[in-house]
Ligand binder design. Structure first.
Ligand SMILES: *[C@@H]1O[C@H](CO)[C@@H](O)[C@H](O)[C@H]1NC(C)=O
Ligand SMILES: *[C@@H]1O[C@H](CO)[C@@H](O)[C@H](O)[C@H]1NC(C)=O
Ligand SMILES: *[C@@H]1O[C@H](CO)[C@@H](O)[C@H](O)[C@H]1NC(C)=O
Length: 240
């Protein structure tokens, strides 16, 4: 019991760090001179969107690392408990942000807002949707157990996925993540060649392949030993 509480505490910290990205306008301003060189035609102005994209990218690295830490820690029950807490919080924030942007008539696909209150809400949608992607792809068995029976979460995520997809924030690896996540939870139909490499089934297959490989390597090694013992006779064989 004590151990569990310790884990919870540890992950609470990871979790808190996960969910706070700040787009403070008081972050060190780029000198006009410098950004003129970097962005050429942009005339020294870095848009809120560009700024956020960079922060988002960094934050994604933190999120992914945290999720990787969780996957390799504790028992199934401990992970389950932790993921349950995370998902409850994640969807509470996502729903709140959804309510806010809807009230403000901010539409999916609108440019990244200049207004900081709106930036906060919009970034929560991006970050929490992406984090859900990491969680469901890396811990599909636990996340499905929780998510599949929550109709409200499913609606929020479907909305959030569309919102992210229409933004210009999800590019490259993040766009791929969004797409895989949407297939994993059936927001999009699964491609014929869709596999989640982290599902229990895939893991078992991987282990089987590794065992097979090991067996083959052993066989090969035995053969090689034999080859050496038989010496020159074998060389004439192989030439045949
Ligand atoms: C930012 O947006 C919120 C929500 O629409 C609004 O209440 C607030 O007045 C805006 N702030 C500024 C500085 O425009
Ligand atoms: C939503 O709006 C409420 C009230 O304006 C604010 O307290 C809250 O922080 C906002 N939440 C998000 C995620 O934008
Ligand atoms: C994103 O939008 C494109 C174009 O509408 C669509 O083809 C794709 O399936 C969408 N992806 C997700 C993850 O919803």
């Amino acid at each position: 019991m004590e151990k569990l509480c310790y884990c919870c505490l540890l992950f609470w910290f990871i979790f808190v760090s996960l969910l706070t990205v700040q787009i403070k306008s008081d972050s060190p301003p780029m000198s006009d001179e410098k950004s003129k060189i970097q962005d050429g035609k942009l005339e020294g102005k870095i848009s809120a969107e560009e700024k956020y994209k960079k922060l988002f990218q960094e934050h994604r690295g933190t999120q992914l690392n945290a999720v990787k830490t969780i996957t390799s820690f504790g028992s199934y029950e401990q992970k389950y408990k932790l993921v349950e807490i995370m998902l409850k919080q994640l969807f509470a924030v996502l729903n709140e942000a959804k309510t806010n942007v809807t009230e403000w008539k901010f539409l999916p696909g609108d440019p990244f807002p200049e207004n900081e209150t709106m930036q906060h809400a919009v970034s929560k949608i991006f970050e929490n949707t992406a984090l859900f992607g990491d969680l469901v792809l890396r811990m599909p068995d636990i996340v499905h157990e929780l998510y599949d029976r929550q109709r409200e979460w499913q609606m929020a995520l479907t909305w959030g996925t569309g919102f992210c997809n229409e933004s210009r924030i999800f590019e490259g690896a993040n766009s791929k993540l969004l797409n895989l996540m949407a297939q994993e939870v059936n927001i999009l139909p699964k491609d014929d060649n869709f596999i989640n490499p982290y599902s229990a089934e895939s893991q078992r297959e991987k282990e089987m392949m590794m065992e097979l490989n090991e067996a083959e390597i052993k066989k090969l090694k035995k053969k090689e030993k034999k080859k050496i013992k038989r010496g020159p006779r074998l060389s004439s064989h192989t030439e045949l």
